[in-house]
Structures are given as C-alpha cells and as structure tokens.
Design a protein around this ligand. Sequence first.
Ligand code: AMP
Length: 600
Amino acid sequence: MSWQTVRKDPAPRVPPNLDDYDAARAAFSWSAARAELDGLPGGQGLNIAHEAVDRHVATGRGEALALRCVGRDDTVTCVTYRELARSTARFAHVLRELGVGRGDRVTTLLGRCPELYTVVLGTLKNTSVLCPLFSAFGPDPVAQRLRLGDARVLVTTAELYRRKVAGQRERLPGLRHVLIVDEGAGELPGTLAYDALTAAAPDTFAIPPTSPDDMALLHFTSGTTGTPKGAVHVHEAAVAHFATARYALDLHPDDVFWCTADPGWVTGMSYGVVAPLMHGVTVVVDEGDFDARRWYRILAEQRVGVWYTAPTALRMLMRTTPRDGPHDLPGSFDLHALRFIASVGEPLNPEAVLWGRDVLGLPVHDNWWQTETGAIMIANFAGCDIRAGSMGRPLPGVEATVLRRGEDGRALVADGRVTEVQDPGEEGELALRPGWPSMFRGYLHDERRTEAAFADGWYLTGDLVRRDADGWYWFVGRADDVIKSAGHLIGPFEVESALMEHPAVAEAGVIGRPDAVAGNVVKAFVSLRPGFEPGAPIRRELLAFGRRRLGPAVAPREIAFDQHLPHTRSGKVMRRLLRARETGLPEGDTSTLESTEGSA
Ligand code: AMP
C-alpha cells in the first residue's frame, strides 16, 4: 500500500488533546472517562441533558454562548447555556403535562432551527426518548419511522406536518400529540401550538433519576432488506461522546464549533448537539442549505475554530475552488479562526485531504463511525500525521479488527467462531469489541437483526476495510447493499418497496451508481407490468412518484428499464450483479443466479 503522509502541524495554535497515540491509548480507560462527567446531583444517575446544559450553569458558565443559529435569512439567534437550561426545562414540563414520561418516544421532523435543540434536550431531561427524523424524508419514510419507533409525540412545522403527516394521521393511532413550532398550529386540526405551551411552563425542572442504561436516543438506519432499523442508544453514550470529541475533534472549552450534518442523522445529533454542548463550546447552526459562498462566509463571520463536515460537501467546495486554481473564494474570507477540520460519513479521497491543506491551510482529518457505534471509533488525530486516504486508527478505548469474509461477503462465522485476518492489507469486515459506552443496545423490536450484528464477541460493522502493517484502517466499501448518497445511508429495499407500489412497476432492483460528487446516486432498475412501455414519459412519472413518496433524500435519481432483472435462485433481485454491470466490474460468482430462460 502506498500513501502520502501529511505531517502534523509543528506549531499548533493550541496544544492538541492527543499527540502521542500509543501513550493516550495506554493511559485511557472508560471508567476514568466516566469520572470526568458530573452525573446528576445527589448521585441520581447520568442524564445527557444535565451534562450538556445544566452542569455548565451550575459551574458558573451560564452566560457562555451555547448556540449561534444562522437563519436562512442570515439573522443570527444567540442562545446562552442559561437560556438553553430554561427553555429545555419548559419543554420537559410541557411533556410531563401532556402525560409523556420515561421511555416515551418524542420524534422531531424539523429543520435546523433553535427549537430543535430545546426539544432534543428537553426530551432527555424528561427521561423520554428522542427520535430525530430528517426533514427531507417524504411521507412514506416518515410514517414508517413514526410507526416503528412508537412515536407518541411529534414536533414539527405546519408545512412539514401538512405535507408529510396530516394525510396519514389516522393510520398512526399511537401518535397522541403533534406540536407545531411555527405559526399555523391553530388552523391544523389535531395539533398543539409549541409556543403557547412552552410560554406557560415553568423554567426550572429537576431531572428525575436517570440510569445510564435508560434509553435516550433512537436513530433509524437502513439495512439491505426489511424495514429501517431503530438503533437504541442510552444515556451512558454521553461518556463516549465526550471522550471522542476531545480526541477526534480536538475540542477545547473556548472553541466555536460547526458540525454541518443535519441532526436528523446520527452525526448531527452526537456531534452537532450532544458532544459539543457537553464540552461547553459554542455551536454554530446553519438553517440554510449548502452554498459554497455561504459556507465560507459562515466559517469566517462566526469565527469557526473546529469544523466537522462531510466528503460530499468538501467535493462540492473543491469544484468551486480547485486546488490548483486561483483560491479567490476562500481567499476573500477571513478564515484565520479555523484551526481543525474533520470529515466523516463517506470515503474521503486523498485529494480532499490535500485540498484542505493547500486551499484552506489545514488538512482534512477523516474519521469513521456509524449509527450503531454512536460515536467516532477510528480517526486521524490533530496531534498526529495523516495518511491521506486512511480513516485513521482506533480511538483510545476502542478495539478494532478485520475479519476474514465468507461467500456472502460478510465475516465468515464457522461454528460460532470468526477468524481475524493476519496479513496486513488483507481485505475483510471491520469489527469492534463491544464495551464502549455508546454502542447501540439493540434494534428496537428486532432481536433477530440485533443478534445477527454480533458474532464471537465482536460487533460486525458491515464495512469492508484493510488494515496496514502499522494499524491504520483503509475503507474498501460496504459488505452489503446499502447505499451512501451525499452522506446519507439509504436502504435499497425501502426504495424498491415504494416503487413497486406504482401500478406500472412489476419489480425493482436499486443500487448506488458511483458519482464524483455525491459518492453514489440512487439508481433503480425497473421491470414494467404488461401494458406499460419503457420510455421517457414513464421514467418521468416514476421519478416524480419516488420523490413524492420518499422525499428528495431517498428517491431514485435515475431509472433504467430492464425486463430481465437478474435473480438469485431464491427469487431476489441480484443487486450485486446490477452494480457490477453498471460499473463495468467483473460479475463475479453467478452460480446462485437463476437461469434467465423463461424468467421473464
Ligand atoms: P451512518 O450509520 O448513516 O452514519 O452510516 C455509517 C456508514 O457510513 C459506515 O458504515 C460506512 O459505510 C460509512 N462511513 C462512515 N464514515 C466513513 C469514512 N470515514 N469513510 C468511509 N465510509 C464511511
């Protein structure tokens, strides 16, 4: 394996939290990390909202800025830790008054508005469970997740409610309360006005005793087959959020921090809300959408010091500002406050690491984790050299390995035993030793899939990697069929199921087609029912149908017609083969392929 090493900054502005990797790993223990958190007063347990908000007020940092929210119209709303303590207390009271209690699910379908932060942390104060949904989901994914997650409360806007929920409310009997954060609640039957309820509530709230094992967050993620999986996280996850933000994001108490991920996904929750607030830093929130000029302006005007973003966003910035071209755009903004850049969610090409160094003056530090791990597991660190193209090395407290694969592409489990690869560079499935505090505690109501995620004392990640002789990890691809598009994980089954509800569609197979900017775009291969002709009109119709049902974040971008979709002998559409054909790769072992004779 060959790579380019990007040397660590010889004179960093602030001393990095981790500069000697081996020493940090040797010195680390999760129990010591746990001891750094305060816990609830009177030894009443551990609650994420206390650690993220109230403890700063209790230790005299109430006037520090918790949030700087940049609105779509560029107005900036500042929220101190004391104000956040009060608003979250009010929301906790609102829930209590509504009869919503411990373990009950509160779901958000919101953009990145200030209320979101209040709802998340107020829900946790009330020991209820917060389940965030991405606001670009269409009505189908929203309803399915509300149902699977047993949502009792939904907090959303009038428009999102009208477009995505109102029409299916009758089919969601468990959804007792819908709170509307903006104007319009009055005109929508069956909803309550968030403002009126919170204004009438007291602004102090004693957090009830909370066990570290109490469920706190529910994040939906996608698998290859079946419904989305609700990964359950508990309050103890806070220990990992705190420790990993210190090491992998190098957070220091006076930092201004911007995580560009939407809190509808796990990165935006763990590192856009919980971890930075636990560190008492100022979190920048941008309500607007990606725009290169806007992003550079936010970095400059908000004096962002630490920036956590994603490869798709970086690739879009690289297009507007090539590494070897004139650097007018970032050059016209004062980015001097910026001192550390990290990226997650998709493979970060070496070119992007170097682009950061040459155009922004700082290399990009890749790191790896997933919904189930709850926190960063593998990273390039501020105080260490970077191997451009590598995800880095396991964090202190994290034990990782690479497992030999079986015929199905996943880790080979024979008689309950797995085999770790021995040779550096050998490809296998990335696995982690359970025991870190933010490991998911299971998929909600789905013991079978939870069990399948573990073997022989390891958690199996579903990712294929290589580990070099020095212990650095290199991403190879997914071991399964899930699709990463613009940083969002998409289950092909969810897309196929939606398409098959269209009267023209007999069958669909959905894959990710490699794309230079988004990583992958969702492409559907469709066979049509008799009486329907492939062509531009039906293609347009299916694309629009997909968008309406699934929303722009999940819907297919491309449709191809194929009356002879390849099948496995058990009759499933063989996505692996569709992918191989699409990318011109060898089709591999097709012995499980159904004969196409007479299969039409
Ligand atoms: P999610 O659970 O939605 O956060 O997606 C997690 C998945 O994103 C992982 O299992 C990987 O497939 C992918 N991923 C996350 N970080 C990286 C990275 N640094 N490099 C490559 N793939 C990544």
